[in-house]
Design a protein around this ligand. Structure first.
Ligand code: FES
Ligand code: FES
Length: 164
């Protein structure tokens, strides 16, 4: 029988423990062991960005990372972006408002990527937006509404910062 390891990590602010083989991918741990199926898996080799989650605040492709290497770190998945009472985050609101999704398969990855992008670059230029989302692929939208969503999210975040 395959050896398993205890993996303790913080996911969306909660300490979680799972036992998994050393080769378990973080994406599989999140989806299959912890039941967080909001993280989607598309290409499974680091190209599409669907599986993007935040590791200590930085976007990572969870299909390229072994779960054991995430032990002791803080992971944020799409399920952790909304407020504790379920209120969507400004980025989530902007994607809804600007129709930044169609089938939604790519959306969890975009939401995590854009959340980190706007934290680091609160008022991005068009070029910074395009550069920031370049690692996430979407087969449906043609990206225009996603780009609009990012700019709108920046507005919503700045309104929130301003207390509006
Ligand atoms: S599923 Fe991870 S990058 Fe495509
Ligand atoms: S909305 Fe369908 S892949 Fe992006």
């Amino acid at each position: 029988m395959e050896e398993t390891h205890e993996i303790v990590l913080t996911v969306n602010g909660t300490h979680r423990t799972a036992r998994a083989p050393a080769r378990r991918l973080l994406s599989d741990l999140l989806r299959h062991d912890l039941g967080l199926t909001g993280t989607h898996v598309g290409c499974e080799h680091g190209v599409c960005g669907c599986c993007t989650v935040l590791l200590d605040g930085a976007p990572v492709r969870s299909c390229l990372m072994l779960a054991v290497t995430a032990a002791g770190h803080e992971i944020t998945t799409v399920e952790g972006l909304a407020a504790p009472d379920g209120t969507p985050s400004p980025v989530q609101r902007a994607f809804r408002e600007c129709h930044g999704l169609q089938c939604g398969f790519c959306t969890p990855g975009f939401l995590c990527t854009v959340t980190a992008l706007l934290r680091d670059t609160p008022r991005p230029t068009e070029e910074q937006v395009l550069d920031g989302i370049a690692g996430n692929l979407c087969r449906c939208t043609g990206y225009q509404n996603i780009v609009r969503s990012v700019h709108r999210a920046a507005e919503l975040l700045s309104e929130r910062e301003g207390g509006a």
